[in-house]
Design a protein around this ligand. Structure first.
Ligand SMILES: [Zn+2]
Length: 301
């Protein structure tokens, strides 16, 4: 999860409930109120006009995805999960990000160095938060006793890395239907990495199927809704997932991803929505599903 209206509201509420605020907190509060204003503005004005056209594209994609998924019958396996400590999780994640290209490696290390200042382990939602006045990323991560914890950590760090690479990308004012692309991309790549290196491969596969199920339910909700704004989060996850899959299945995925992160928001947006620019969204979903089935069959023998 990247930016979330409800969570920004909660942060504001938490700060407002405090008996007194220090200067840092006062600035943070001002910034959060500002973000909330931009979010409102964005949600209710910016995309109102193009709503219908975008939503029909997403509904079309969701229908195609739903048809493919229906036949595939991917099932979660009952497996023994592992209770990773934060340090163990950080170490595994570190090794993975060290295998990425220089841009991403550098962005990762910048955040990783500051881990004790920016990571907060909690029992609520996982989300990443960027306050541009401080030029600082904050990561809230839900600790549970499953692979989900590790996969979420990789996901949230990728949001933070997007802010390091291009401060505007994850900033609320540019929140778009592809905000989740880089995070989902690295999540996929990470699970693949675990699989290939024989690090909890069964859990990695299960996590991948679990995510697929989550996207499938988002797609169903898009099919069953009438307006983009009634299922905005689902649209964001679903669209980002399709773009991420396209990059993930493509040999030059990292190059494209870097390009997406560095382009201007409007270009990114158009690029992700218009199927003939940059990538062909939908093209590789079938291949991706096939890949999961083959792995799944191997593990169910
Ligand atoms: Zn996210």
């Amino acid at each position: 999860m990247a930016w979330n209206y409800r969570l920004i509201e909660k942060r504001i509420f938490d700060l407002e409930c405090k008996p007194s605020l220090d200067t840092k907190e006062k600035i943070a509060l001002a910034q959060l109120r500002y973000l909330l204003g931009i979010y409102d503005n964005f949600m209710f004005f910016k995309y109102q006009k193009s709503d219908e056209q975008i939503f029909s594209i997403l509904q079309e994609r969701a229908t195609i995805y739903n048809d493919i998924w229906k036949d595939e019958k991917l099932r979660l396996k009952k497996t023994q999960e592992v209770d990773f400590s934060l340090d163990e999780a950080l170490e595994i994640m570190h090794d993975f990000y060290m295998e990425q290209s220089d841009t991403f490696k550098k962005a990762f290390l910048q955040l990783f160095k500051e881990q004790s200042n920016i990571i907060n382990v909690s029992d609520s939602d996982s989300y990443t938060f960027y306050i541009s006045i401080f030029k600082q990323t904050y990561i809230n991560i839900t600790k549970d006793k499953t692979m989900n914890f590790l996969s979420d950590l990789v996901h949230e760090f990728a949001h933070g890395m997007a802010s390091v690479i291009n401060e505007d990308f994850n900033n609320n004012k540019n929140y778009s239907l592809i905000t989740e692309v880089n995070s989902i991309y690295f999540q996929k790549k990470f699970l693949d990495y675990l699989f290939k290196n024989n690090i909890y491969p069964e859990l990695a596969l299960n996590e991948e199927i679990r995510y697929d199920k989550f996207i499938n339910s988002a797609g169903k909700s898009i099919i069953n809704n009438k307006y983009l704004l009634d299922c905005w989060d689902e649209c964001t996850y679903f669209n980002s997932f399709l773009v991420a899959i396209e990059l993930y299945m493509n040999e030059n995925g990292l190059d494209y991803l870097e390009k997406i992160l560095l382009e201007t928001p409007q270009d990114i947006y158009e690029g992700a929505i218009a199927p003939d620019k940059y990538i062909e969204v939908n093209k590789n979903i079938e291949n991706y599903q096939k890949k999961l089935i083959i792995l799944n069959n191997q593990y169910n023998k």
